[in-house]
Design a binder for this molecule. Structure first.
Ligand code: SAM
Length: 226
């Protein structure tokens, strides 16, 4: 039986790759990645000159059985994603389930994850938190999820995109009113920034400076001061 390594990779700054992650990537018999173009840059940075195989949302059902056969035959594989930790808002989960069911060893090689980086620097309570991932695309379903957090005392963490953030902040303003929202943007990259304010204040900010880049949105209804 081989081993499946879940290798965390940088969320922007290539310097965040760990020594262990680079070592595992150079030793495994196969590397599975969401997008070969993205993984090529990282692998080149680690001095690894080989192609990865793709494992993404659109082929995961089809390729999983064959990958499990190869792992059973003794191959060692690393799965990486475009950014951060495999399994957090990306397709690794499928393979992990199938590997565990087949009795294959699944080993994490931990490192960056955007939600964790954003949480610890947000200034919001870190002792108890909820990770909601991406909200639903449809506005009705999205509202229902947001409304379910009305009496939530823990810090809530969402992944968001620049083209939807204005809509979400408008909905948050209607549902929660004057709460403190923190947005961690472009974390570990050159233009990293943390924005703090009520949904209305953040909407005003984005009117002047249109939203760009990758972002994590956090709020905690017990904390009101910036
Ligand atoms: N697996 C990744 C992780 O461990 O965080 C998450 C992948 S998910 C498909 C991509 C989302 O993560 C982005 O839309 C954004 O919300 C968040 N994200 C990833 N990198 C980020 C960064 N450098 N700064 C802020 N948010 C980031």
């Amino acid at each position: 039986m081989g081993t499946l390594f879940l290798v965390s990779t940088p969320i922007g700054n290539l310097g965040d790759i760990s020594g262990r992650a680079a070592k595992v990537l150079s030793e495994v018999t196969a590397i599975l990645a969401e997008d070969n173009r993205v993984s090529r840059t990282l692998l080149a940075h680690c001095g690894i000159n080989r192609a990865s195989e793709t494992y993404h949302d659109f082929n995961k059902e089809r390729v999983t059985p064959r990958l499990i056969e190869r792992l059973k035959a003794g191959e060692t594989m690393a799965i990486i994603t475009d950014a951060g930790t495999p399994g957090i808002a990306d397709p690794a989960f499928n393979l992990v389930r199938a590997a565990i069911a087949a009795g294959i060893t699944v080993t994490p090689v931990p490192g960056p994850a955007a939600f964790c980086a954003a949480l610890v620097a947000s200034g919001l309570p870190t002792d108890r938190f909820v990770f909601e991932n991406f909200l639903p695309h449809k506005s009705g379903a999205r509202r229902r999820v947001l409304e379910s957090y009305k009496n939530e005392h823990r810090t809530v963490i969402l992944y968001e995109t620049p083209h939807r953030i204005v809509k979400v902040l408008e909905e948050m303003d209607e549902i929660f009113g004057d709460i403190l929202v923190v947005i961690g943007r472009e974390l570990t990259k050159v233009y990293e920034e943390f924005l703090r304010g009520s949904p209305k204040e953040l909407l005003a900010h984005f009117k002047i400076k249109p939203p760009r880049g990758e972002m994590v949105v956090l709020f905690n209804q017990r904390i009101r001061d910036k």
